[in-house]
Design a protein. Structure first.
Length: 240
């Protein structure tokens, strides 16, 4: 039996376009550069994200994001105020789980260490999209929360540039100097590298690997990052 909404109540039922969609989720890979720049090693952290404010277009996100630290320190309260004032789409990142409990423990530990690094050093991280055909903007600004190290906040720049407090050095190869990748910022921020060493994996796992493109000088600029396949299949991977 089919029931029809009484005519006088139809105006109270929002149209499909006006109904609020369910929050989107995304699972994928963060790759963080290691302090050992000479060997070009890097750290993988598998994460999941939940949309918390605005449309983050998670359906367009790549499944693999390279994450770098900004050269300029930024107070957490200043970041929170900036986000509140400019209202970019916001999501929450959490460590993803793995069928192997030991791997999950190591992954959660690496996530917590990264979050603590940002909080202790009053820093933000950034992850360029590197998919200009789908997302012409700069990428994601990632910052910690003062109340919990088990989550990170991401502010999305889907079509515009990063704010000016997210800085990294790029020297033109045409001038005869070597190209400096955003990864180099990891080693130029005072006091951060010793803390960053806590990101070394706590067990034998594929979470730390040798970068196939060599050290930072040989890797491409922020507009073009290498991609790689990963053994971990997240629960709901984003776009490739």
């Amino acid at each position: 039996m089919v029931f029809r909404t009484p005519t006088h109540l139809e105006s109270l039922v929002p149209s499909p376009a006006e109904q609020v969609p369910q929050s989107r989720t995304w699972s994928g890979l963060f790759t963080l550069a290691s302090p050992d720049a000479g060997r070009g090693t890097y750290q993988d952290i598998y994460v999941t994200a939940a949309e918390t404010d605005g449309d983050s277009r998670m359906d367009l996100w790549p499944g693999h994001l390279y994450v770098y630290l900004s050269q300029r320190r930024a107070g957490l309260q200043d970041i929170v105020s900036w986000v509140a004032h400019h209202s970019p789409p916001v999501c929450t990142f959490m460590p993803d789980n793995h069928p192997d409990p030991a791997y999950t423990t190591a992954n959660h530990g690496n996530f917590l260490s990264f979050s603590q690094l940002l909080l202790d050093n009053q820093m933000v991280a950034f992850a360029p999209w590197n998919v200009p055909d789908r997302l012409p903007g700069a990428g994601i600004m990632i910052y910690p929360t003062p109340t919990s190290g088990s989550v990170l906040v991401g502010a999305m720049f889907l079509s515009g540039p990063f704010p000016n407090f997210i800085t990294f050095s790029q020297q033109s190869s045409a001038s005869g100097s070597s190209i400096q990748s955003p990864q180099t910022a990891l080693y130029q921020t005072g006091g951060a590298s010793s803390t960053f060493r806590t990101l070394e994996p706590t067990l034998s796992s594929p979470s730390q690997r040798h970068h196939p493109y060599g050290g930072p000088a040989e890797q491409s600029l922020a507009a073009s990052y290498p991609t790689s396949s990963t053994p971990w299949q997240g629960s709901n991977r984003g776009g490739r």
